[in-house]
Design a protein around this ligand. Sequence first.
Ligand code: IVH
Length: 715
Amino acid sequence: MVTLRLEALIVCFFCIVSKRLIGLLLAAAVWRPKSKVRLYNRGMSKPAVENDVEELREQIRHHEYRYYVLDDPEISDQEFDGLMNRLKSLEAKHPQLVTPDSPTQRVGGKAAEGFAKVPHSRPMLSLDNAYNEEELRAWDQRVRDLANRERIEYVCEYKLDGMSLALWYEGGALLRGITRGDGTIGEDVTPNVRTMRSVPLTIGAATLKKANVPESFEARGEVVMPIAAFQAWNEQREQEGLQRAANPRNAAAGSIRMVDAREVAKRRLDYYAYFVLRAGDWIFPTHSESLDALEAAGFKVNPHRILTDDLEKALRFIRDAEAKRDHLPYEIDGVVLKVNEVKLQDRLGFTGKAPRWAIAYKFVARAAITQLEDITVQVGRTGKLTPLAMLTPVLIGGTTVKRATLHNADEIARLGVRIGDYVQVERGGDVIPKIVKVVEDAKHPRGNREFAFPGHCPECGGLAVRADGEVDHRCVNAACPAKLRESLLHFVSRGVMNIDGMGESLVQQVIDSGKVRGIADIYDITRDDLLRLDRIGEKTAQNVLAQIARSKQLPLERVVLALGIHFVGERTAQLLARHFGSMELIENSTDEQLQEVEEVGPRVSEAIREFFSEEKNHELVGRLRSAGLRMTQEVIRKGPQPLAGKTLVITGTLPNLTRDQAKKKIEAAGGKVSGSVSKKTDYLVAGEEAGSKLDKANALRVAVLDEAGLLGLLQ
Ligand code: IVH
C-alpha cells in the first residue's frame, strides 16, 4: 500500500510538473488498483463470512440432530462446543448476519407477560383410558363393530408422561409453540420452546421435500423432562431450600410456562412428535406414515412403536413396555393405540373430548396403600429437621418402599395425616417416594396418634426453631453432632470433594472416635487413627488417605461448594469461584459485589454473607487453606466487557427485560448502573413512559438508547 501511495504521489507530482494529462490518467490507474483491492476485499469477504457462518450453522444443526434427536452423537461435546464458539464469535463480529434460526439464538426472548392466547388449528383432544386387558378388548371390539371389519390396523406408541404441545412451522421455520390449554385455545410459549434442542428451529426445503411434508405445517407431540434432568433439578431445588417437584410431568408442565426462557433452557426439556398437520388437517392417509414423515423431517419420534392388526401383539407390546418402564430415560404412563387409517378415524369420530379411534392403556400407577407406622425426624447439615414417614414395607413397581418424605410441618398439616393412618404412596421419577393422601374407608380406618413437631432436635436435644417466614424447623445448636455428620457426608460426597472411601459408617466412626470434630479435621486424619477403627485394614486406610490427599487438588469451585453454604449449589459455587477467582474475595465481598455474579440475587448473597459472618467459618476456611486445598483459580467472567468504564441509567419500562435483568446485563458487560442522569452518564436506556430522566438526558445531550440499542451495545 505504502509503495502504491508513493507511486501515486510521484506520478501526481510528475503530472503537475509536466502538466501532461497522461500523468493524471496514470495516477488514476495506479490509485484504482488500491481502491479496487479494498472494494474487492470487502465484496468478497462478506459472502465468505456468510458462507462460513451458514456452513457452521449447518454443521451445528446436524450435530444437534445427531445428539438430541437420534441420541447418537458423531463428535465429542468439546468439539461441538468448539463449533458453537466459532459461530458465536463470528456472529459477534458480524451482528448483521445473526438470524433468528441460528443455533445460537435458542435462548433469547422472553415470553410475553401472561402468554398470548392462540386458538388451535384443530382441537387438541385428550384420550379415553383402558385400565386393564378387558377394557382394551372391549374398545377393540367396539371399533371393529363400528367399522364393520374383522381386523383393524393399530399403531401402538408409548404414552409419554408430559404435556402436549403444538409447533407451527412456516416456510420451514419454527413460528410458534402453543400449549394445549383447554384444547381449543392454548398459550404461546415460543421463546421457551426454542430452547428445546430436539425441536428444529428450521428445516431445509430439501429435507421437507424428501419427507413429503409441506413447508408450512404443524407438528404435535409431547414435552417431557427426562428423568436424569428431573432428578438433577430436584437436587438443585433441595440445595436451594425449595420443595422437590412431585414428578417429571409437573416439572415439564411448570417449566414450559416459565417467564424466563433462560431458566427453561436449564431444564433440558425434550420433545417427541406424534402428529403432523397442514391447516388443521391430516396430511397422510395413515398415522404410521405421519410418524415416518416426522422422523424424516428431523423430529424426534419415539422409536418404540409397532403397527399391527393383531390385538394379541398389541397386548404383548403393552406388557413389554410396562416391563421396560423402569429402565427408560423418561417416564411413560401407558401405551396409546391409534387406528392407523385416517379415513377410518374420520368415520369413527369422537365422543365428548376424546376420539373413538384412539385409546390410552394406562399402567397401574406406581402407587400403593400402606400404613404409616411412625414419623421420625432427620437432621440435615444445616440443622433442618425433615419428618420421615416410616411405612409398613410395600412393593411399588418392583421396589420395596419403607420410607417416604413428609417434607415439613406444613405438609403434615396439609395431608392431615396421623400415625396409624393408611396412606397412598407414589413413586414418580424421583428417587424419594411421596405420600399423596390419607386413605379412609372400611378397610382402612383412621389412625389416632397426632404427630406434634418436636420443639427439640432429636439428635442433640438443642432447640428446634421455625423462623418467621420459613417452612422448616432448624436445630440451633452449632455443635449438633448430626449437623457435623451431615456436613461431613456432604463434604466427602461425589461431586463435592469426592472422597469415595469415606462412606456413612467411616464418617460416623471418625466422629465417634473423637478424631473429627469439624470438617477440616479430615485433613489431620492419620494412618494410625484409621487403623484403630473397626474393620479398617492397611489397604483401606491407604486408600482413604490417598483419596483425602487427592481431594486437595480439586479446584476452588469444589471447595466453595463443599462449605455447604445455604443456597450455594454446584452451579452457584462454580459461578462464584470463576467470578472472584479467590476464596478470600468471596469471603470479604459485600452484597453488591456478590450480586454482580450471574444468577446471584439478594437471597443467595445474604446467605453467603451470613455464613462468613461467623468466625468459625473463617477459621474453617483458614484450616482448609493450611491443609493445602486450592483457594484460588483462574477468573473466568462471562463474555467480554464492552461497557467497561461506562455509566448507564435505566428509565421507563423496557419491552422484554426487567430493570433488574437489564442491570445485570450491563454489569456483566463491565458497565455501572446509576440512579440519576448527570453529565457523567454515558447512556440513558429508556423504555415506555420514560419521564423526567429522558428530558434531563436530552438537555444534557446524553445518548439515549432503547432496549434493542442496549442489546446492540452488549454484543
Ligand atoms: S395422542 C387425540 N399420543 O396423553 C389424540 N397422546 O391422555 C390425543 N400423550 O393429551 C393425543 N403420549 O398429552 C397421544 N403417543 C401419544 C401420547 C399422548 C402422551 C398425552 C397427550 C394427551 C394425553 C391424553
